[in-house]
Design a protein around this ligand. Structure first.
Ligand SMILES: Cc1cc2nc3c(=O)[nH]c(=O)nc-3n(C[C@H](O)[C@H](O)[C@H](O)COP(=O)(O)O)c2cc1C
Length: 404
């Protein structure tokens, strides 16, 4: 009897690693998002997951990909598909990079170090945020991969200068100036929760902490979270709880304009990418200002609610700037086919933020690995299914038929 049973039932090998077991049950980024939601206190999850006001722009960022359709070409030999591209003179194995996200250590104590390590293992560029919770040098130390530095320009120009120079000295290869944050967007979820960085412990946080013991233990047994770029400067390092909105509005320079870009360039000597371009007109100005790259982005819907989805804006911008500048997009990219659609419409590459944060919150480094494997497989599969053997073929083989 047992012999017969054995011959018809083949048992799956039990994986003793709980995180790996949970990830194995995830089908897509939404599943990883739900896993992160279960692992993280509500305020932390909402800080990652939320967006400005009605969150329409965030939802539209992803939804807009459904309006781009790729019509597959068949009988093309796709036994070898080449996904490589180059961005700012660096070769990337796949056409995507990690967007900068502030305060990553709130998900797990390893924070930016965990994400940067996994990114480096796969050759994915990692962008460290000015609001990072690990320093420029700490991140460089754990990463042998491409690193970019995201700059918010401080009112204190001396501080901005110091950060840019430190990034250059530590081997970062580009400065990404975020230009959509003249003032901070209103994120209603954070407002409702009274969310501060670092979090203030009220009764609600306390109860949430008990319900998420793994996160809480990690949080209370590691050094306090601060803005590492300015660690030790008690006035600005975040050692006193503050809302992100008060922080950004008091510290960053709302007078930043096109005239200041020369200053950033002369301080760093590195290529510049402007992140947060949202019109063809500004894309044209970026070309005439000699900027090397732009990222069409609405900050994942976290700044101005009502801005167009970057994937919607892309064709118009490509018409306006052609090959005059490298164009990337970020916002709402959730699967390999989204990446391929953006490349087919002319983007050099894409970036994404929340997907790797969900991975990190769900399962630490393993979760970030899962996200990379998921995107890589999705990009390869989509290219094979539409009959494109490399990224240039996506733009020339007639695979793209429709949008709107
Ligand atoms: C939690 C979080 C923190 C972020 N922090 C920054 C930041 O410090 N600097 C910045 O330029 N963009 C920041 N962004 C925006 C991302 O760089 C990126 O534009 C956005 O996440 C893209 O949308 P996606 O999350 O749908 O991929 C942040 C986004 C999230 C979700």
């Amino acid at each position: 009897m047992i012999k017969t049973l054995r011959s018809v039932i083949s048992l799956r090998k039990f994986d003793p690693n709980t995180r790996r077991r949970r990830l194995a049950k995830c089908g897509d980024i939404d599943d990883v998002r739900l896993l992160a939601k279960r692992q993280l206190p509500g305020g932390v999850f909402d800080y990652f997951d939320g967006a400005a006001e009605t969150e329409w722009s965030m939802a539209n960022n992803s939804a807009a990909f459904a309006n781009v359709r790729l019509q597959p070409r068949v009988l093309v030999d796709v036994s070898n598909v080449n996904t490589a591209c180059s961005v700012l003179g660096q070769s990337l194995p796949y056409p995507y990079a990690f967007s900068p996200t502030g305060f990553t250590r709130i998900a797990t104590s390893a924070g930016e170090l965990a994400v940067a390590k996994v990114a480096a293992r796969h050759g994915v560029p990692y962008t460290l945020s000015t609001l990072g919770t690990r320093s420029i040098e700490e991140v460089a130390k754990v990463s042998s991969g491409p690193l970019w530095y995201q700059l918010y320009v401080w009112k204190d120009r001396g501080l901005s200068r110091e950060l840019v120079q430190r990034a250059k000295a530590a081997g970062y290869k580009a400065i990404m100036v975020t230009v959509d944050t003249a003032v901070f967007g209103r994120r209603d979820r954070d407002v409702r929760r009274g969310f501060t960085l670092p979090p203030k412990i009220g009764l609600e946080t306390f109860i949430d902490g008990i319900r998420h013991p793994r996160w809480t233990l990690d949080f209370i047994t590691h050094e306090p979270i601060t803005f590492s770029a300015v660690a030790g400067r008690g006035d600005v390092d975040g050692s006193t709880a503050i809302t992100l909105s008060d922080y950004v509005n008091s510290q960053f320079d709302a007078s930043l304009s096109w005239r200041d870009l020369d200053w950033v360039r002369s301080e760093s000597g590195l290529p510049i990418m402007l992140k947060g371009i949202q019109t063809a007109t500004d894309a044209r100005t970026a070309v005439s200002e000699g900027v090397e790259a732009i990222a069409l982005s609405n900050h994942g819907g976290r700044q101005f609610d009502g801005s167009p989805a970057p994937i919607e804006l892309l064709p118009e911008v490509m018409d306006a700037v052609g090959n005059g500048i490298e164009v990337l997009i970020d916002g709402g990219v959730r699967r390999g086919s989204d990446v391929v659609k953006a490349v087919a419409l002319g983007a050099r590459a894409v970036m994404f933020g929340r997907p790797y944060l969900y991975g990190l919150g769900a399962a630490g480094e393993l979760g970030v690995e899962w996200v990379i494997d998921y995107f890589n497989a999705g990009i390869r599969r989509t290219m094979a299914l539409v009959g494109a053997t490399d990224l240039a073929a996506l733009r020339s083989n007639g695979a793209l038929v429709e949008r709107g």
